[in-house]
Design a protein around this ligand. Structure first.
Ligand code: SAM
Length: 345
């Protein structure tokens, strides 16, 4: 069996995808207590280290938990916020360094491959210094590293537009080429295919069978607004003047997705930590007068219904929005295996 280590594992999207592809995740690490409890309950066979990756003790605990197993892949999905265009501290956010600090694990575990996933911002010239530092450190450890490229999860069987920067390190240029050339194509999925079968809910209603299928309770004015937004992809530009949000009056283009509905036959927009909040993006149901539920968000991120999420609703939406879609990682499994088949491992 092929073995992985999942750093910044959050609620476990990467691990779920690798396991679905037949891999074993030997160790995972995160420092968020709620995401950690979600991870632990879903991945009981994985050794879990809850701690700050910047601490020597955390790195020691990870190495100890690897317990001498050959590790084929270390996945590094460091927090995206420092590289996001919406970050107020852009360029001056200490969390930029986390991706580099995580290489301390690579130096000790010596995996065959290292895979990075982050927001497209990491591939932009603004963060070239970080990418260069990652390249230099990995080169010293004997790796060849690809240039960061941007891919969309929608091309990997995820019913969501989610553009992400990916980068691979391997022990030979041939392994990098095998990864790049592997066929990872998947059938496209839509919002309809992901959530249309779920029971209808009104604002404030909860499904009796599924506590994650819980519609937020909206204010009457919010429901009134939604009634004016055309089904299947409509936007707040259809609101009559008396229902326009005061902060949006006369600004048709700014925050144009707020109160927008998803469209059945398209992919969803990128889910964020506010993915069940009408005021945080195009997160209204295609035809019901409410925001999407946590279950619908989890489906749009390709988590199976049996996946358990711990915490309060706001914490669950946050974990779902932060996750790497399992289907995207599963789609990359043949590419990891193609790189390993070339070696050296
Ligand atoms: C983008 S999310 C990871 C998503 C996850 N890989 C998945 O597949 O669902 C980034 C994670 O990094 C964790 N994190 C942030 N700072 C950290 C630190 N210093 N040490 C360990 N984990 C950290 C956060 O708690 C968060 O869960």
């Amino acid at each position: 069996m092929l073995n992985a280590v999942d750093l910044f594992c959050g609620s476990g999207g990467v691990t779920q995808g690798l396991r679905a592809g037949g891999w074993r995740v030997v160790v995972a690490c995160d420092n968020d207590p709620v995401a950690s409890s979600t991870y632990r309950i879903n991945h009981k066979a994985t050794n879990f280290v809850e701690g700050d990756i910047q601490s020597g003790d955390t790195v020691d605990a990870i190495v100890q938990s690897v317990d001498g197993n050959k590790i084929h892949l270390v996945v590094i999905c460091a927090p995206c916020q420092p590289f996001s265009s919406q970050n107020r501290y852009r360029g001056n956010d200490k969390r930029e360094q986390l991706i580099i600090r995580a290489l301390a694990v690579v130096a000790r575990v010596k995996p065959a491959l290292v895979f990075f996933e982050n927001v497209p911002g990491l591939a932009s010239p603004a963060y070239r210094n970080i990418v260069t530092e990652v390249h230099l450190e990995l080169k010293e450890l004997g790796y060849f590293v690809s240039e960061p490229i941007v891919r969309d999860a929608a091309d990997f069987g995820v019913p969501q537009r989610r553009r992400r920067c990916i980068m691979l390190a391997a022990k030979s240029p041939a392994a990098l080429a095998a990864f790049a050339d592997a066929d990872v194509s998947c059938d496209p999925k839509t919002v309809y295919s992901a959530i249309a079968d779920l029971p209808k809910l009104q604002s404030g209603q909860v499904s009796e069978e599924d506590h994650l299928h819980r519609a937020r309770k909206h204010q009457p004015i919010a429901i009134e607004r939604l009634r004016h937004i055309p089904h299947n992809g409509g936007s707040r530009s259809s609101l009559p003047a008396h229902l326009e949000l005061s902060c949006h009056k006369g600004k048709a283009t700014s925050f144009s997705d707020v109160y927008g509905r998803m469209a059945w036959q398209r992919v969803a927009p990128t889910l964020t930590t506010g993915c069940t909040d009408l005021t945080r993006g195009r997160f209204a149901h295609p035809e019901q007068d409410r925001a999407i539920t946590m279950r619908e968000a989890a489906r749009l991120q390709t988590f199976p219904d049996r996946y358990q999420f711990m915490g309060q609703p706001g914490q669950i939406s946050r974990q779902i929005g932060n996750a790497v879609p399992p289907a995207m990682i599963q789609a990359f499994v043949p590419a990891f295996e193609a790189a390993l088949s070339v070696g050296p491992i």
